[in-house]
Design a protein around this ligand. Sequence first.
Ligand code: SAM
Length: 288
Amino acid sequence: MPLIKSLKSHRRKKRGEWQHVSLVAGFLAGRHFVGTNDLHYGFWVNGIEPQIRNLPRAQEEYSRFLLEHIPSDAKRILDVGCGAGGLAAKLVERGHYVDCVSPNAFLNQQAKELLGDRARLFDCKYEDYRTSDVYDAIVFCESYQYVNMPKGLDLVTSQLRSGGSLVICDFFRLPLKEKSPISGGHYIDEFQQIVAGYPLTLVEDIDITLQTAPTFTVIDSAFTDVLRPIWDEIGHASVATHPYWSKLAAWFFRRRLAKVKDKYFTHTRSAANFEKFKTYRLMRYVRD
Ligand SMILES: C[S@@+](CC[C@H](N)C(=O)[O-])C[C@H]1O[C@@H](n2cnc3c(N)ncnc32)[C@H](O)[C@@H]1O
């Protein structure tokens, strides 16, 4: 493999590992502090104030909205990237047969505890999921951004029956020159170009960026009101107790520390920047 290609794939792998860490950390924090089981954004409508205590309600609204766009007559559904199993449980309750595929062992354990034997769970990346089963609907609930687009769409088109639905509810990057302070998401124009090559017809495309963006108001205030003061206190205590070592560590990790500060403590991961750099879409395609 040429050097540049191998470096890129090494970087992608490293990014993937850290994504797992942030998903598990986000899940544990959400469950412990506000009792949510979901890992997706909130859908801030009906006057719900963007405050952390309202996150479970906003996430319920999101699930309600998404469920409205998953055909109720779909018998067999594949939930790709099922997280802790919240959406799958709702689908089972609505009477669908559900399979889940997801690669995170910790989240899969949570999903297994929630779902028991009411749904099947396959412990792997979607790109590695092989089955002779055919589904009436395949759903990506904020998991599309993690999946390789051509590999994923090859599988979707082979695993979806003709007339079946592909439902993607996720955010994408807008093709802007300026660098976004919020990472994640495939480029929307690249996605549209790639999906056009598959036997899939777009039947719904709803922009929910404005309804989901306030999630960043909540995240930003958690970082500002809780994590920043803790971070500062750790800094003061380290200097007071280990003056030389802390100076050495601060110098040694100066770039990484500056990056963390820049990313989390400068209010750039805001609702306004989410609206500027991303587009959150509910898209439904029907298999030709
Ligand atoms: C933001 S969470 C969303 C979880 C869940 N759908 C929800 O809404 O609560 C993203 C999920 O995608 C999963 N994921 C990451 N990479 C994946 C891949 N290559 N194939 C399938 N799922 C993946 C993660 O393990 C996680 O469960």
